[in-house]
Design a protein around this ligand. Sequence first.
Ligand SMILES: *Cc1c(COP(=O)(O)O)cnc(C)c1O
Length: 397
Amino acid sequence: MGKSKEVIQKTEKYGAHNYKPKEVVFDAAANVNVTNPEGEKFYDMLSAYSALNFGHNHPELIQAAKDQLDKLTLSSRAFYNSVLGDWMEKLCELTGKEMVLPMNTGAEAVETALKTARKWGNFVKGVEDGKQEIIVCSENFHGRTITIVSMSTDEEARKGYGPFTPGFKVIEYGNVEQLKEAINENTVAFIAEPIQGEAGVIIPPAGFFKKAYEVCKENNVLFIADEVQTGFARTGNMFACEYEGVVPDIYVLGKALGGGIIAVSAIAANEDILGVFKPGTHGSTFGGNPLGAAVSIKAMEILVRDNYPKMAKDKGDYFMSKIREIKNDDIVDIRGRGLLVGVEFKMDAAPYVKKLMANGVLAKETHERTIRFAPPITIAYEEMDDAIERIKKALTK
Ligand SMILES: *Cc1c(COP(=O)(O)O)cnc(C)c1O
């Protein structure tokens, strides 16, 4: 039995079946190139949902991790560690915010943003505790905790998990009028993704974020941008909110923040908001750990130094122009920003994903009908050309 087959069988036997992975086993990787145990090569055009913006095993990030591994890996927040202050300063610089709060996963950062908003609503806005309301968008994806699936409209993500956390109102993504109607004196925040990645790379109508932000300001409601997937250059700007000229009150960040090596997430906001936390009111054992901080500092340094936003924009424009040449009347739309590109089919796209794999290209359908292409921003043009040829071969009818 081949090694890949063995790995798949073992994973399916001992692991809960909360995922149905495509049948490719990652064994080693460098930048956009992945090899399976049999030595077959693939292009990784998903990048772990944008966590691998820097590609697999970026040499400088690996070095930063190794250096820190030899020195100090964990302090807990019971004590200070010599890396965390520098990390906080750097993330504040990058976001233009005064303070940050570190966690590990994206879901934890979202939870932190929700807690912040509720506490701010109670302490600052004066909403009675227990009455706080947060407005969310249809088809959102913010993670997998009970509270986060409580604000999801995806039945599959919710079924069997009740009772749900109350205090959420859903509006249609992109509909400012509904946002206005949903706001009342108990509304503390509005949370949305600038582009809905999981929903199928859905870009809201132009001006939605800008108008929504203004509505929030008029009503003393916090505007929270979940940039876990879109942040850190993926869409051709450092943050996707920049497309609308919006600076959210709270950034929710994760995925690429850890350089694709270790889970690092955070929220960033000004002191009038993050100042609501006092010792003992929130925390995480691994949040702010020196290993994550060291890798993340290097990741942020590289993002700015190598101008990743421009790289993603130029490569994304090139990629999209080539993909648009594909002739297949099963394709109903091709859309995206930077290197976050969705190819929507009129039917289930899984058979096309299989064809892509057979041609050495790894991508995955989301919400059945849309294939998301989001290669590492570090992909070389020659690699992109080769990948594009393979994609054309697989997707042409
Ligand atoms: C992936 C993602 C999350 C959740 O991050 P995890 O690290 O998987 O918990 C939250 N929001 C968005 C927009 C995401 O893409």
